[in-house]
Design a binder for this molecule. Structure first.
Ligand code: C2E
Ligand code: CA
Ligand code: CA
Ligand code: CA
Length: 275
């Protein structure tokens, strides 16, 4: 309601899922937003747990629909996947965030960009070459970008996805398993995926007020250490959580305690000055 320049909440938009006909109308507005540059990218900082430095920012897609206001990516990303628009959507997110990263590099900032890649993108035969082409176009290197892959989607054509993941690793990209702990085969995949980083799902941070929740987090931290994987804990909302995670020796944190996802100008300020 406050207009485009403010932080906003869109939780009530989840009710849209219940609206059958409205759903179809939204699909067609989404496809026009994707085609006409109507999507934006917000950035959320990832912080070094010991020093508090901002080491990376995650690019998160945002859509402001003229009729319904802000619509959650939890709604429009799966929608884009269902109607075959995910490739165009991520093309837009990539173009915007890579252009921003190039500006940031030119002004002396060294933070990495984390981007979300869905299984259906990973599956595309052109995925790796397109990504590398885009980077070259913006004078960036694979080591500038961390690719987040969600594990929670069922695996179709596993062999091909694995091949693409290995190609990405060989090209110098850092791979992160996103939403770790929510998938159905997390541990078996850990062995096989050439990932260097685990992003632990928000739901685990939300259970730290229970003894069980704290033990689970402790076990995850020990496992990551044993497997020499960097840990990013998502959904860090309180100082208490920060202290607890620091005690476990966690590497990185992300969450509302540090910052909500914000427009690039605000993110840039935090990269420059610290949070
Ligand atoms: P994700 O990749 O797990 O992103 C983290 C989500 O957690 C974001 O939701 C972020 O706003 C939220 N979050 C961050 N800190 C906190 C916290 O302290 N507490 C709580 N409760 N939540 C926190 P968002 O932006 O709504 O994105 C939802 C999902 O949509 C993302 O989950 C990601 O899977 C997907 N998504 C967003 N942008 C893209 C994109 O460009 N491409 C693809 N393929 N997926 C995207
Ligand atoms: Ca993510
Ligand atoms: Ca996540
Ligand atoms: Ca998620």
């Amino acid at each position: 309601h406050a207009g485009r320049n403010s932080v906003c909440f869109y939780s009530d938009i989840v009710h849209l899922k219940a609206l059958g006909r409205e759903h179809v109308a939204i699909q067609s507005r989404l496809s026009s937003a994707i085609r006409h540059g109507g999507l934006q990218v917000f950035y959320q900082p990832i912080v070094n747990a010991r020093t508090g430095e901002v080491i990376a920012v995650e690019a998160l897609a945002r859509w402001m629909d003229d009729k319904s206001g802000w619509i959650s990516p939890e709604l429009f990303i799966p929608m884009a996947e269902k109607v075959g628009l995910i490739q165009e959507l991520s093309e837009q997110i990539m173009l915007q965030s890579f252009a921003k990263l190039r500006d940031w590099r030119e002004s002396g900032l060294s933070q990495k960009l984390m981007i979300n890649v869905s299984r259906s993108q990973l599956y595309l035969p052109t995925f790796v070459t397109t990504l590398v082409e885009r980077l070259t176009q913006f004078k960036l290197r694979p080591s500038d970008v961390i690719i987040e892959i969600t594990e929670s989607v069922a695996l179709t054509d596993y062999a091909r996805q694995m091949r693409h993941l290995r190609q990405l690793g060989a090209a110098g990209f850092v791979l992160a398993i996103d939403d770790f702990g929510t998938g159905y085969s997390s541990l078996s995949q850990l062995h096989e995926m050439p990932a260097q980083m685990l992003k632990v799902d928000v739901s685990f941070s939300q259970r730290l007020h229970t003894e069980d929740g704290r033990r689970v987090m402790q076990a995850i931290a020990q496992m990551a250490q044993a497997l020499q994987l960097d840990l990013v804990i998502e959904g860090v909302e309180t100082l208490e959580t920060v202290r607890f995670l620091q005690g476990l020796g966690v590497n990185y944190m992300q969450g509302f305690y540090f910052s909500q996802p914000v427009p690039s100008g605000v993110a840039e300020l935090w990269m420059r000055l610290g949070l």
